[in-house]
Design a binder for this molecule. Structure first.
Ligand SMILES: [Zn+2]
Ligand SMILES: [Zn+2]
Ligand SMILES: [Zn+2]
Length: 336
């Protein structure tokens, strides 16, 4: 099996972990021949889980171990100091979520039922990985398009389970907790309330879910999908209520169609609450997590012609305002 030495190092100033190592594969890119994720592929895959089949297919969505995992479930993290620095082995999990058995069915052109199966599997995988007491956070993300670093041609998302909370989520958790301490309200609920009232940046509401362009976007056409009612954990809601899952599937599909009217390339990431199995004493953000955090999906389109304006990210600069973006996304032609 492929292996190269990567390790996690902590930046002592921002306290965020970075993964670093010299990847020998970078120098010898290998073209992907037959799709390894299509049914009947000769490549053997380590299947972790699959969701029940839809008519005419062996499964509707399934999770496999990433062929070149950045995190491995075996071994000990061996967290240690190095003078003032911290380092550890990249222990965790790295899975590919095959969204659909069909090579041409993406989250924007599959049926809502198929997308709902994928969402359910994602929720199940997150819940299952969170049961491992070593795991602090489970990330679900998707990179689509060559300017977004897409890895496989088959419709896939990826999951990483890590022994630390990724930087962006950590910032959100800290900020949401501070807001809650001051106001005893969830900052995301307050955002939703104001956005629904002002109706300036809302793209669409569907049942209990809302798609909007955030007030301060990092990139043009940045879009969030959130539950309209308070909920800290996607995996809980994602599992328990099939009706909600169908609404979320439809909103996700329609929103991606809108985004694709602007650009094909995008990053998508789910932000949900961290594992609460081992509340940390020095990091207090777990105490009120169910009240102060609110899960959401962030979609960050990659608009190539505008790339120059926001490649230097010390300060985000988005040359399209949210108010303009939302008009264009609302008017985008979508089917169904
Ligand atoms: Zn395929
Ligand atoms: Zn909330
Ligand atoms: Zn977020």
């Amino acid at each position: 099996m492929f292996s190269f030495s990567v390790e996690l190092r902590k930046d002592p100033i921002t306290r965020s972990w970075v993964m670093t190592g010299d990847d020998p594969a970078e120098t010898e890119p290998r073209p992907e021949s037959a799709c390894r994720f299509c049914d009947g592929s000769a490549t053997s895959l380590q299947v972790v889980a699959k969701s029940p089949n839809s008519p005419g297919t062996p499964w509707s969505a399934r999770s496999v171990v990433h062929p070149k995992p950045l995190y491995r479930i075996e071994g000990e993290p061996d967290r240690r100091g190095d003078g003032i620095y911290d380092r550890m082995h990249s222990v965790g999990a790295h899975e590919v979520l095959v969204e659909n058995p069909r090579h041409d069915r993406h989250l924007w052109n599959a049926t809502d039922d198929e997308i709902a199966h994928f969402l359910r599997l994602a929720a199940e995988r997150i819940l299952d990985l969170k049961r491992d007491p070593r795991i602090k956070y489970v990330s679900l993300f998707k990179d689509y398009g060559k300017n977004a670093g897409q890895e496989f041609s088959h419709p896939t998302s990826q999951i990483t389970a890590t022994m630390f909370v990724p930087r962006r989520v950590l910032y959100e958790l800290r900020a949401a907790r501070e807001y809650f301490v001051g106001k005893e309200r969830c900052v995301f609920c307050d955002i939703i309330q104001q956005e629904e009232r002002q109706a300036q940046r809302v793209i669409e509401a569907r049942g209990d879910y809302l798609a909007l362009c955030p007030y301060a976007p990092r990139v043009p056409y940045e879009t969030w999908i959130l539950p309209r009612y308070h909920d800290s954990s996607f995996e809980r809601a994602g599992l328990n209520r099939p009706g909600l899952r169908m609404n979320l599937a439809a909103l996700l599909r329609r929103t991606l169609q809108r985004v694709r009217s602007v650009t094909e390339d995008f990053h998508l990431v789910l932000h949900t609450s961290p594992s609460s199995i081992h509340p940390s004493k020095n990091l207090g953000y777990w105490k009120t997590i169910d009240d102060d955090y609110h899960w959401h999906i962030e979609i960050l389109p990659v608009v190539q012609s505008k790339a120059r304006s926001y490649t230097f990210k010390e300060v985000y600069y988005s040359p399209v305002s949210s108010e303009t973006a939302v008009k264009q996304l609302r008017e985008a032609k979508i089917d169904g």
